[in-house]
Design a protein around this ligand. Structure first.
Ligand code: SAH
Length: 241
């Protein structure tokens, strides 16, 4: 009878569909966790990052929550990504490299210039006691502040403004991380480094390849060293300056 045949056929299709769903079932949260593990193994450890706190933080912070919804699925790819207003979230490896190089530890107070999405600030906040981060695009500063609060990062303070002069009232800092390319090292930032402190900053012409520099203060003396070629968005200045 045709009616019986249809019922059997429908049931068979339903069974196949159900089996397929069971076999392929995994939550997006699990997928993202796997993608994060893969990112740390293949993009970060493999390229020589060893600092345990950095690797732990990169494994923990949910990078996909720091990118626009359209880019979430690509959040763990090996590259920078647009975050709006012509700005970018840095490549995961660069975030890890800049974190490792300043040797962050519990108890530290860190200043970041260029909050962007707030991702680098979150990575640092997993390791140190307090992170101050300054962002010149007020919309990005507000969005990052909200995002970090929602994710429970009570130890991050986002400040909207030009980071060129640093944050005198909270200085000195154990480390300063600059995530926008500057033509020179802003003198106020060097002044606001603690003795024994480290600053990492991309220096060079905007829109060209820049050099990632490490600035160290020891016994009041400043030394600089070149680390690697990088490409960052420009360090801009507020119009009223
Ligand atoms: N660290 C960010 C990515 C930074 S992109 C992240 O993890 O997502 C660089 C950021 O620096 C941009 O958002 C840009 O608006 C900001 N910026 C550029 N010049 C600045 C300045 N003078 N002071 C503060 N922020 C600045």
């Amino acid at each position: 009878m045709p009616i019986q045949y249809n019922t059997i056929q429908v049931m068979r299709y339903l069974y196949i569909l159900f089996a397929f769903l069971i076999l392929s079932w995994s939550t997006p949260a699990q997928d993202y966790k796997k993608a994060r593990e893969k990112m740390v193994t293949e993009q970060i450890s493999k390229r020589g990052i060893k600092h345990a706190h950095t690797l732990d933080a990169m494994r923990k912070v949910e990078r996909h929550l720091f990118v626009p919804p359209a880019y979430m699925r690509m959040a763990y790819d090996d590259g920078p990504m647009p975050i709006g207003y012509g700005q970018t979230i840095s490549q995961p490896y660069i975030v890890a490299y800049m974190t490792e190089i300043i040797k962050p530890k519990s108890g530290d107070k860190i200043l970041e210039i260029g909050t962007g999405s707030g991702y680098q600030a979150a990575i640092l906040a997993e390791i140190v006691d307090k992170v101050y981060t300054i962002e010149i695009v007020s919309e990005l500063a507000n969005a990052a502040s909200e995002r970090l609060q929602k994710l429970g990062y009570d130890n991050v303070e986002v400040i909207s403004g030009d980071g060129y002069y640093g944050l005198e009232e909270e200085a000195p800092f154990d480390a300063i991380v600059v995530t926008a390319a500057s033509e020179h090292i802003p003198p106020s930032l060097t002044q606001q480094l603690k003795d024994g402190g480290k600053m990492v900053i991309p220096v060079g012409s905007p829109f060209l390849v820049q050099t990632l520099m490490l600035v160290e203060k020891k016994g009041g003396k400043i030394s600089t060293s070149s680390l690697m070629p990088v490409r960052f968005v420009p360090f801009t200045r507020s119009r009223k300056e």
